[in-house]
Ligand binder design. Sequence first.
Ligand code: B12
Ligand code: SF4
Ligand code: SF4
Length: 378
Amino acid sequence: MPPDLKEKIRGAAVENGFSACGFSNAVSLPAISLLEQWISSERHGFMDYLERDQDLRVDPGSLLAGAATVVVLALPCAAPPPPPIDWRFSLKGRIASYAAGEDYHHAMGRKLESFTEQLQRLAPGDLRWQVDAGPLLEKDFARRAGLGWFGHNTNILTREAGSWVMLGVVITTALIEPDPPFQADHCGSCRACLPSCPTGALDNGPTIQADRCISYLTIELRGPLPLHLRPLVDNWVFGCDLCQLACPWGPALRAEDSLGEFLYPSLIELLKLSEDDFRDRYRGSAVLRAKRRGLARNAAVALGNSGNKAAVGPLAVALASDRDELVRAHSAWALGQLQSGEARAALNRSAKTQAAPVQAEIELARSVCPAAPLQRSR
Ligand code: B12
Ligand code: SF4
Ligand code: SF4
């Protein structure tokens, strides 16, 4: 191997916008037992895909015959501008900052395409790459390639940007000398992320109860949000940044204030979006993953959490006329949380005309919502 090969490859990574690049050999990870333990404790919720193909998650050789090296790359992700001071008054939702701009799967995919062309010239071989959607455990390989350590927020922290980096990996048959794995734990005695998590999803170790994480609840979970977690989701409608914002490490970048418009959208607008409006508004964005019904469901829950009676009207319309049962059901819950006679009247109006799951939410909401004021007849 030429002595300056790794530096040339790192140079190509920097040219393509990556902030870090490390090398691991492509042998199977010992993490399989931790992964199996985690899956058998059922912390993955409905993410069934994590149960399948566990060998592919830890063994690059099962993804590319003759795999010799895993190159791991980090792309900095900007932290969000400050949120509105009183979202309950302005009825603004909150979107995790990695979702700002073009979907990172596409943006980083293009960078990886360009990086791998240079890699091919510098260290010829067969290769394949992945960003997030591929099976390989990216964080474990990042640690092994020397990029950073597993923080208590369960993400990989780099010294330059904390956990505010997205990861991508390239598996290649070219043999490149591995970097030493990252051994230190720079969390030290800090545990600031643990109490910052509203749903208590973080264990006191680098593991997560994913089925409690707001990122899972708002993006991955397709059905109803568990009742006991709805109030804790606050105004998050897509992902969550709180455990990263609590961290003293990073970020390296801060998003422009102008991104606030995207990251703190009007909840009422989100609730009212039609399928076409949703697709137009979020074309090319990671938010598409939540689908219109998921985003509207999340907006309804956030409106319920707002305690703001101005949300009653739009929720009443959604309960009466949204085409999706899931959205109607969460609108009923939200009306119950708003605790007003007007909300109760809207629940009463919709009772008996709804499908069973919505009906059940209406009954529950009526049990916590005061009776509607009596209509006075002259
Ligand atoms: C499933 C998934 C989720 C799930 C589960 C999250 C999780 N922590 O794993 C949910 C939906 C909750 C999620 C949320 C988010 N995610 Co996500 N997610 C993934 C995905 C697709 C798979 C991860 C996985 O397999 N998890 C399963 C568990 C078993 O894995 P694990 O945490 O790595 O567990 C290992 C450690 O616990 C370790 N371990 C256990 N004990 C010990 C002890 C020691 C000493 C050590 C060293 C290790 C160790 O071994 C376990 C087995 O590998 C990866 C992409 C990928 N292909 O890898 C992105 C990924 C992890 N997500 C990412 C991001 C950015 C997020 C969010 C920040 C998005 C957001 N803003 O909303 C949140 C963060 C929530 C959080 N605090 O983790 C990034 C993380 C980047 C980074 N710097 O680490 C990734 C790598 C995507 C990417 N390409 O950039 N995500
Ligand atoms: S992303 Fe939010 S909900 Fe998930 S672990 Fe971090 S603070 Fe908790
Ligand atoms: S907040 Fe503290 S404990 Fe949590 S990841 Fe950051 S440094 Fe580690």
